[in-house]
Design a protein around this ligand. Sequence first.
Ligand code: ATP
Ligand code: MG
Length: 355
Amino acid sequence: MTIHKPRLLTGDTPTGRLHLGHWVGSLENRLALQDQYDCYFLLANIHAFTTRAERPADIRQSILDVAMDWLAIGLDPMRSTLFIQSEVPAISELTFLFSMLVSYPRLMRVPTLKDEIRDKGLGDNYSFGFLLYPIGQVADILAFQADIVPVGEDQSPILELTREVARRFNQLYCGVDSQTEDKAYVAQGGLFPIVQTLHGRTRRLVGTGAPNANGVLLKMSKSLDNAIMLSDDPDTVAKKVMSMYTDPKRLKASDPGTVENNPLWIFHETFNPDKAWVAEMKTRYRAGTIGDVACKKQLIEVLVNFIEPIRQRRLVFEKDPAQVWQILRDGSAKARAVSDQTLQLAKQKMQQNFL
Ligand code: ATP
Ligand code: MG
C-alpha cells in the first residue's frame, strides 16, 4: 500500500541569492519538513520578469544561484522536487483560469502588492504582469494541490487569496457547499485543499538598512540591497555588519542605547545561540556600558559561524553547475507531470475537457 504524504509547496523568486530572511522565514521549515511532506520547491522565474523583464540573463543566473543555495542548505533532490516555474506550463494556464475568479478590486487590495510597489519604488510604472503575479502564485500552489506553504509574513495575504480561489473553484465547479469547513473541502468532492500557511520563527526579518520615511525598518530583501546572504564570505559579512544601521542617537559607547527596533539586537536575538550573553549585553547597551563595535564584532562571529558551513557546501556545487541544471531538469519533469494532471482534472470540473 502506498501512503500518500501531504503536499508542501513553496519557492523563491530568482532575483538574487538567498539571505538570512529566507532562512528564518521559510528555509528552516522546509528542511524540517522534507521527510513528513511530499515537497515541491519552485524557482519563480516568471515572477522575476514582473519587475525585471529587461534583465533575462540576470534571471537565468539567479536560477542557478538560488538552486545552489538550496542544495547548500540541504534541500535534497532525492527527497524533494526542485523545479523551474516556466518549465511547468500548467501553472500559466491555471493562472489564466483562476484570474477569472478574482475581482480586480479584490486583487488591488492585496497588501503584498501595495507594499512591493512602495518598497521597490515601482510608482505607477509597474507592468500589467506585475499585478497578475499574486494569481500566478495561487496557481503555483493549487497546481500541486498543496496542503501547506511555509512562507514569510509578506506572503500571508497571497495565501489568503489562494484559499479564496480554492473555495470558489470547489464551490462553483465541484459542487461543494459554501458552508463547508476548510478542512472538509476535499472530502466533500473539492479538487483543491484549502491550504495552510506555515510561518517561520521570525515572520519578517528586517534588513541592515535605515528605516523608511514612516520609521519602519524594511524587510530584508534581495532587491533592496539590505541583505546578508547565505553565500557571503566572512569579509563581506564583517563589512555588512560593521556598516549596518543601529541606534542613530548613540554617538559614543557611553551614550545610553535603544535596543528596540535596532537591527543589531534583532540579529543577535535571532541568530545568537548564547541567550545569556544577549540578555546581559542588551542591559549594558541600554546603560551605555558597551559600545556598538563590540556588539557588532560578536555578531560577525555568530553569523560567520552560521553561514560559513553553508558557503563551503555551496562551493562544491559551484564547481559543477551541470549537475545543478540536471537536478532542475529532473525536478521540472516531475513537476510537469503532477501539475498536468491537476490541470486536466480542473478542466474536467469546468466542463472544458474535449480531447
Ligand atoms: P524580492 O526582493 O525579489 O521580492 P525577497 O527577498 O522578498 O525577494 P522572495 O523570493 O520574494 O524574496 O521570497 C521567498 C520567501 O522568503 C517567501 O516565503 C518570503 O516570505 C520569504 N522571505 C523573504 N524575505 C524575508 C524576510 N526578510 N523575513 C522573513 N521571510 C522572508
Ligand atoms: Mg519578495
